[in-house]
Design a protein around this ligand. Structure first.
Ligand SMILES: [Mg+2]
Length: 263
């Protein structure tokens, strides 16, 4: 599919907001990638649009590789239903949180071994996500191959517990069973997402499982940026996501006002 940008007009034509639910990846979709994950922020226009969706009762969830606490920090003061760590943890529409069961002892051992192994690669950045580990090499692109080999070795040795999740300048070791596709599927079986047309925006390999699920349900899948994808539409950039969202708000404003008069 050629790289194309949907205009605000296209987006409005395609979507009936009152029948949709929205799922967003965070890094590379709602927020520009930065040299280090802690430097990432969501533009205020995007945050305002998400807040407006929530206020209007249009279901919105974030589906990210980050932990829930990190997603909340980036969206504050907004708190949304969210899937963290690629779906390993999930805040449902009713605010309850569920997590995949992991063996803390095993994860402690893996963490210690990873810290020791990473001492050989000073340019690598090991991020502990509690239920997963991320080996970042954005600051040291030469480390891609050695870190891939390292991550594959760990995943092979702990295949009962871990899966490999490659991403942009990162190899993640995520809990077995964690999938953004499964997370979106689970949200769609629950209120307030149940019965609505899912719309999912993402930019990276981990989002492909989500695109597949959304396509199967007759929803709208949107890939941000270039690269092969299962998604049926594209937006060029994080800035375009923000503009697209702001364009959707125009739809809400065009809705006829309804009054309930007091007797
Ligand atoms: Mg992303």
């Amino acid at each position: 599919m050629s790289l194309m940008s949907m205009t605000d007009h296209d987006a409005k034509d395609a979507l009936d907001l009152q029948r949709c639910s929205f799922f967003f990846d965070l890094d590379g979709t709602l927020a520009e990638l930065q040299p280090r994950p802690e430097q990432v922020f969501i533009p205020s226009a995007t945050l305002l649009a998400l807040a407006r969706f929530q206020a209007e009762g249009i279901p919105v969830a974030v589906v990210s590789g980050r932990q829930l606490q990190d997603i909340d920090r980036l969206l504050a003061p907004l708190q949304l239903p969210a899937a963290g760590v690629h779906g390993a943890e999930r805040r449902h529409g009713d605010g309850q949180i569920s997590r995949l069961a992991i063996d803390p002892q095993v994860f402690q051992e893996i963490q210690e071994a990873l810290i020791a192994a990473c001492r050989n690669y000073p340019g690598a950045y090991l991020e502990n996500k509690g239920m997963a580990f991320a080996l970042h090499y954005r600051q040291a692109p030469d480390l891609q191959e050695p870190l891939r080999a390292l991550a594959e070795d760990f995943v092979n040795r702990h295949a009962d517990h871990l899966m490999l999740q490659p991403g942009k300048c990162v190899y993640e070791l995520k809990p077995r069973g964690a999938s953004k596709g499964e997370a979106i599927k689970a949200f769609m079986q629950e209120l307030p997402f149940l019965g609505r047309q899912p719309v999912f925006l993402g930019d990276d390999l981990t989002d492909e499982a989500g695109f597949k699920v959304v396509n199967q349900c007759g929803g709208l899948s949107i890939k941000i940026g270039s690269g092969e994808t299962e998604a049926c539409q594209r937006l060029d950039s994080v800035a375009d996501v923000s503009k697209w969202l702001t364009g959707l708000l125009v739809l809400l404003d065009e809705r006829p006002l309804s009054f309930s008069y007091k007797k």
